[in-house]
Design a protein around this ligand. Structure first.
Ligand SMILES: Cc1cc2nc3c(=O)[nH]c(=O)nc-3n(C[C@H](O)[C@H](O)[C@H](O)COP(=O)(O)O)c2cc1C
Length: 373
């Protein structure tokens, strides 16, 4: 750190120290088979783990087969899934320099879809699809099949599936777990009045709607070591009349803080095709800011953060504790190195690639300049 960049200052989340405040946000690759990772995940995560981010979070990883969004989604529900992820974790550990997280998820009523590049439509059983589950038997849209409303036994099964996947993540040596409580998937759909119309103890009041996600959080907290880090991606806005608001996110974050969670990532949208999301640079930062004001839990912000100076300003304003980027890292897997150059800071680089850094290669300045147009 040469000039006192906040983005490149270290931070400790739970028991895990990050070299800087840049995370690679979880990104589904839809490239697994029966939930198991393969050489796509090796190169994808291997490359990202040496791009200068302090933390890389593996894509939404289903805790049971029916919780996969698509047949190509990762899972961590079987010994085979666990064994297939092991070389990916080893590769990132051996050659990369980021801490490693995994996002554990259940897609709920948005499960059983075709992969996006084949249209993303609901996949009928005849084409390899499966029955979906949800808080209430309300389909996501007209094209989606009616999900089954979960009963007590189903809720217990899924709670235990999250805990079992967390134990597997621990065995694999992940540093961090992020539970997926956003984007319209199962945990979010319990929180949101748009998808949850239950009349038992899991529906109705905000307290009741938060109950199941908090039970899952508690089950994972019990098995996940305190020496690691634990967080949840939550919803800052449903972007729809009668849906969740930033204040609801603040209340939920306080509950997670009480359970001993280390952080929340405040995302938004995904509960209904009718939601109108106003995407713009840093569009979810105000939600993170509200959650920060309402709680003491650490906050990760995400969403159209692209420019290093923009990221630095978010931290300087105290709106979040660190930033996550998704598409910025697909576009430039060395985003962390280049952000360090802009902010006159240092980012870890593998020695094999040192000769492409600006102090050893005058071409670096030319390359950046030509990119900027
Ligand atoms: C290809 C792709 C896959 C994604 N998969 C996930 C995912 O697995 N879990 C998740 O919470 N968000 C997922 N997202 C959302 C991103 O993590 C991120 O929140 C969103 O893209 C906004 O950040 P960005 O503007 O930096 O891309 C995905 C986004 C993309 C582009």
């Amino acid at each position: 750190m040469k000039r006192g960049s906040l983005l490149f200052s270290p931070i400790t989340i739970g028991g895990v120290s990050l070299a800087n405040r840049i995370a690679v946000s979880p990104m589904c690759q839809y490239s697994a088979a029966a939930g198991s990772a393969n050489d796509w995940h090796l190169q994808h995560l291997g490359s990202l783990s040496m791009g200068g981010a302090g933390l890389v979070i593996v894509e939404a990883t289903a805790v049971e087969p029916e919780g996969r969004i698509t047949p190509g989604c990762l899972g961590l529900y079987s010994d085979l899934n666990e064994a297939a992820l092991e070389p990916v974790v080893s590769l990132c550990r051996r050659w990369g320099n980021a801490r490693l997280g995994i996002q554990l998820a259940h897609a709920g009523r948005k499960a059983s879809s075709e992969v996006p590049w084949k249209g993303g439509k609901p996949l009928p059983p005849s084409a390899g699809g499966w029955a979906t589950v949800a808080p209430s038997a309300i389909p996501f849209d007209e094209a989606a099949p009616r999900p089954e409303a979960l009963d007590e036994a189903g809720l217990a099964r899924i709670r235990e599936a999250f805990a079992a996947a967390a134990r597997r993540a621990d065995r694999l040596g992940f540093d961090l777990i992020e539970l997926h409580g956003a984007h319209g998937y199962l945990l979010h759909s319990f929180c949101s009045p748009i998808a949850n119309r239950r009349e038992d103890g899991y529906g109705g009041s905000a307290e009741n709607r938060m109950r199941f996600p908090l039970e899952v959080a508690e089950a994972v907290r019990r098995v996940w070591p305190r020496s690691n880090a634990l967080g949840m991606r939550i919803t800052g806005s449903d972007w729809i009349e009668g849906g969740l608001s930033p204040e609801d996110a603040g209340i939920f974050a306080r509950e997670l803080e009480t359970l001993g969670f280390d952080y929340v990532c405040v995302s938004s949208g995904g509960i209904s095709p009718k939601a109108r999301v106003a995407v713009a640079p840093g569009y979810q930062v105000p939600f993170a800011e509200t959650v920060k004001k309402m709680s003491r839990i650490a906050v990760q912000t995400v969403g159209m953060i692209v420019d290093p100076r923009q990221a630095e300003a978010i931290l300087a304003e105290g709106q979040a504790d660190w930033v996550a980027l998704a598409r910025g890292f697909l576009d430039d897997p060395r985003w962390g190195w280049h952000a360090a150059d802009v902010l006159e800071a240092d980012a870890a680089t593998p020695p094999q690639y040192r000769r492409a850094r600006p102090d050893l290669w005058p071409g670096a300045a030319l390359a950046r300049h030509s990119r900027a147009g």
